[in-house]
Design a binder for this molecule. Structure first.
Ligand SMILES: Nc1ncnc2c1ncn2[C@@H]1O[C@H](COP(=O)(O)OP(=O)(O)OP(=O)(O)O)[C@@H](O)[C@H]1O
Ligand SMILES: [Mg+2]
Length: 261
């Protein structure tokens, strides 16, 4: 299997020198889907930003990151062809002045050869509607004509997921992509991810909800205070969590699945 993401002693410090991420060594192979789990403030979004670009310039990063064999020196050197990101706050992830349909069309057209680009306009339109439908946005014509500000937060979040799927990336970094959604939309989005992602795409899925993660990911990486405290196969973590934070995640997921009496 080909290694797609490799970090070595990745650390991040705040402006005042406070350690926020400590010695993160992560290895993800082609097609592998890993969940980054941990309590609020444990460092999940910082790792996502390091991998997907967009780490705040006020933070100091040390250590190494390699994605698809390319060394990532700073957040500008992450290739959008390799990595697609769905950010925790999707409010400014879309271009506010471009209609949703045109934003989705861009990566679809880029993926086609110059020759068939003209002939395939209709196919792209249909593909845009299919992608919107897959993430539960069934009134695709209206959504495609809308500007981002004309959508709800949950609709925008789903457009971002459709956009990530349209990119056909080597790596998808999805930072709590379903937090703004009701449970039905959440299930739709997770199934859209499962069925529309290429089996070769590596996924880093950030959540604090183990039950959401277990449906999509084979491996779980648990963080606490900026460190990895457990890195196990998902089934092993659920059956016998090695660290107290992992055990708390398992207990919480089981409690939530109890029928309400
Ligand atoms: N730009 C920043 N400047 C200073 N500290 C930061 C910055 N961004 C994040 N932090 C700190 O780094 C730590 C990890 O933050 P991060 O956003 O990665 O947490 P998280 O695990 O994603 O939490 P949540 O589940 O709430 O999204 C937190 O203590 C946070 O306050
Ligand atoms: Mg976060």
């Amino acid at each position: 299997m080909r290694t797609i993401i490799q970090t070595h002693e990745l650390s991040v410090r705040s402006e005042t020198g406070e350690p926020l991420l400590r010695d993160i060594s992560l290895h993800v192979e082609q097609g592998e889907r890993i969940a980054l789990l941990g309590r609020s403030g444990s460092g999940k979004s910082l790792i996502s930003s390091c991998l997907a670009g967009g780490l705040s310039p006020t933070l100091a990063r040390t250590g190494e990151i390699e994605i698809c064999g390319r060394r990532i020196r700073d957040s500008h050197s992450v290739s959008v062809r390799d990595v697609a990101a769905v950010r925790q706050d999707s409010s400014d992830a879309l271009n506010p002045l471009v209609r949703i349909g045109a934003q989705l069309m861009l990566p679809l057209k880029r993926g086609r050869s110059r020759v068939d680009r003209k002939a395939s306009g209709g196919a792209c339109d249909a593909h845009v509607l299919d992608l919107l439908d897959a993430v539960g946005l069934h009134d695709g014509h209206r959504i495609a004509r809308s500007f981002p500000a004309q959508l709800s937060g949950g609709q925008r979040q789903r457009v971002c997921i459709a956009l990530a799927l349209a990119c056909g990336p080597q790596v998808l970094v999805a930072d709590e992509p379903t937090t703004a959604l009701d449970v039905v939309s959440q299930a739709t989005v997770l199934s859209a991810l499962s069925s529309n992602l290429s089996p070769a795409t590596a996924v880093v899925f950030v959540t604090h909800d183990l039950s959401v993660a277990s449906g999509l990911c084979q491996r779980a990486v648990v963080l606490e205070a900026g460190r990895i405290v457990e890195d196990s196969a998902m089934r092993d973590l659920i059956a016998s969590p090695a660290h107290p934070t992992s055990a708390a995640l398992v207990t919480e997921a089981m409690r939530r699945s109890e029928p309400v009496s």
